[in-house]
Design a protein around this ligand. Structure first.
Ligand code: FMN
Length: 179
C-alpha cells in the first residue's frame, strides 16, 4: 500500500480544490494500492528561522507525515496569478532544517482548480518551479487544469466530463508513481 499525501491549497470548507481532492481520493482508493491523507497545512505557524531551534509540534508532525508518504499531490487554486501562501509555508517548513528536506524524490503531480477559464494555470506554473527546486519529480503530461463549473455542488465534483478527466488524470498519476 502506498501513502499519498494530498496538499490542498485552499483552507475554506467548501473548497473546489478539496472537492477535486476527494474525487482523486476515491479513484486512488479504487485501485486498492493507495491510502490517502490530507495533511492539515492551515494550522502551521508561519515559517520563521527563529522557530527552528525549538520547532512547533505542528511542524514536527507535518514533517513526519510528509516524510512517511510515498508520493504527493498538490491541488491548488490561483490567488492573484500565483499559488496560495499556505502551500508556500508548508513547502518551506518541509524543506528545513537545511539538508533534511522531507520533499525530495517523492513522485508528485499538480492540479489547478479555478472558476476562471484558465484553470489556475499561472499558479500551477509558479508552483511547479518551486517543486522542481525541491527535487520533486513531477508528472508533466497530461497537465490538469480544472474549471470549477456548476458540476461542483455541496463540496463534490458531480458526474460528467470534469470528473471523467480527473479519473483519467488519476490513472496517469498512478502509472507515473508506479514507474
Ligand atoms: C485572494 C484571492 C485571489 C484570487 N485570484 C485569482 C486568480 O488570480 N485567478 C483565478 O483564476 N482565480 C482567483 N481567485 C478566485 C479563486 O480561484 C476562487 O475563489 C476559488 O474558488 C478558490 O479555490 P477554492 O474553491 O479551492 O477555495 C482569487 C480568490 C481570492 C480569494
Amino acid at each position: 500500500m502506498k501513502k499519498c499525501s494530498v496538499i490542498i491549497g485552499s483552507l475554506r470548507k467548501n473548497s473546489n480544490s478539496l472537492a477535486v481532492g476527494k474525487a482523486v481520493e476515491q479513484f486512488l482508493y479504487e485501485t486498492g494500492e493507495f491510502e490517502v491523507s490530507f495533511p492539515d497545512i492551515g494550522n502551521l505557524p508561519l515559517f520563521s528561522e527563529d522557530l527552528e531551534g525549538s520547532p512547533p509540534e505542528t511542524w514536527v508532525n507535518f514533517r513526519a507525515e510528509i516524510a512517511s508518504s510515498d508520493c504527493h499531490l498538490f491541488i491548488t487554486p490561483e490567488y492573484n496569478r500565483g499559488y496560495p501562501a499556505c502551500i508556500k509555508n508548508a513547502l518551506d517548513i518541509g524543506s528545513r532544517p537545511n539538508g533534511k528536506s522531507v520533499w525530495g524524490g517523492k513522485p508528485s503531480a499538480v492540479i489547478g482548480v479555478s472558476p476562471g477559464k484558465i484553470g489556475a494555470a499561472l499558479g500551477v506554473a509558479q508552483l511547479k518551479q518551486v517543486l522542481s527546486f525541491l527535487n520533486i519529480p513531477l508528472l508533466m503530461q497530461p497537465e490538469c487544469y480544472i474549471q470549477a463549473d456548476n458540476s461542483f455542488t455541496d463540496g463534490k465534483v458531480g458526474d460528467g466530463g470534469t470528473r471523467d478527466f480527473i479519473k483519467l488524470f488519476t490513472t496517469k498519476y498512478v502509472e507515473f508513481v508506479n514507474r
